[in-house]
Design a protein around this ligand. Sequence first.
Ligand SMILES: [Zn+2]
Length: 433
Amino acid sequence: MRAVAASVMAAALLAVMVPRAIGAEDAIGRLLRNQAEPAKNPGPSVTTKPRGPLPVVMSARIGEHQDRTRLVIELSDPVNLRAFALASPDRVVIDMPEVSWQLGAPPRPSGYGPVKSYRFGQFRAGNSRMVIDLSAPVTVSDTLVIPPTAGFGYRVVIDLFPASRAKFDAQAGWPADLKKRESDAEKLAALIAAQTPPEVRGKKIIVLDPGHGGLDSGAIGVNGLMEKDLALAQALKLARELRGRGYGVFLTRDNDSFVPHRQRVAFARAKKADLFIALHADSHPDASITGTSIYTLNDGRSDREAAALAKRENQSDVIAGVDLSGQNEPVAPILIGLAQRDTRNKSSEFAANALKSMGQVTDLLARSPHRSASLAVLVAPDVPAVLIELGYLSNRGDAKQMNTDSWRNRVAGAIADAVDAQFTRPSAAQAGR
Ligand SMILES: [Zn+2]
């Protein structure tokens, strides 16, 4: 990008300085107040779309200068935007109300500044984010908002200055008020999850968990198919199939939004799920590797491949900048120790059933398609759980067929057959909760 010109600097002088920790009483906060802010009587806000059109992000530019890296985000409307740093791995999170991203293809960072990569998208309903991965420690400037001038919308300017490790670590962490907002959002989600609609009473409850979502795309296929979209499409098909067969079905997400691991697990437990099925697709440097595999939880003694997969799949919370304080180990040994033998047995039994029926409609991973790994979404001690890697997005054939309706229908049918097999067996059918 063009370096910041004198005219822009002049505009910057007139601009509104927005302190990073903006308060509700702050006059500038009122000025910038956005429509996505909760209304007086928000009702079930997690399911309510904000009224009116969302502010649009029209462009995002990263300018690497000698003394700083400057990020400029251009918006149609003023929004209350917050930037903060998180450590291990080092990131800068830019948190904002829900916006519509209309960026086209954003420019890639050059690689010689501190910005390694970045991504953006929805974090929660009503809440969007940009997360910047850093290759070197920085300090984050206050956020500068430049009102519209000369054909530009509102421009938000954030500077990243080179800093020592000690200085970075000292400033890194979630701002307290955002931390509270997150825990409130999770509490609200748990309250909503605890409600059981009358139509599912007496039915076996299946919780489907489409992997990734929002600003976490998961793996990207050789054909451009994104894991998060595939997982959601497959989950919606499977939900329809299972409801048709008389099951009560709930999804941890039914749109393109991000859901933290612990919230997915809490959701399944709140629903008193009889079975939890996470849907994903894998990616491998060796493009010849193909086929479906199914994972159940183990206690951390994974082989190298399984450990690498767990690392990839458990990465979601890091990618989205979730507050991980107090849960640095996504799969803490203590949690696995609580897992009941019965839950584990049922998980394995379902994995075997699913491989049997899926093997009739699609190829399985050539070597040992039933695998185990320390996966953060499988840790509920009382909910039998599996994670299905539908296939390899890194393989041309797999990616192509996973993008077709016919394959998705066949696979949904096969997984539903396995659910039937699980619950019609007398031993399983008796084992209520
Ligand atoms: Zn995944």
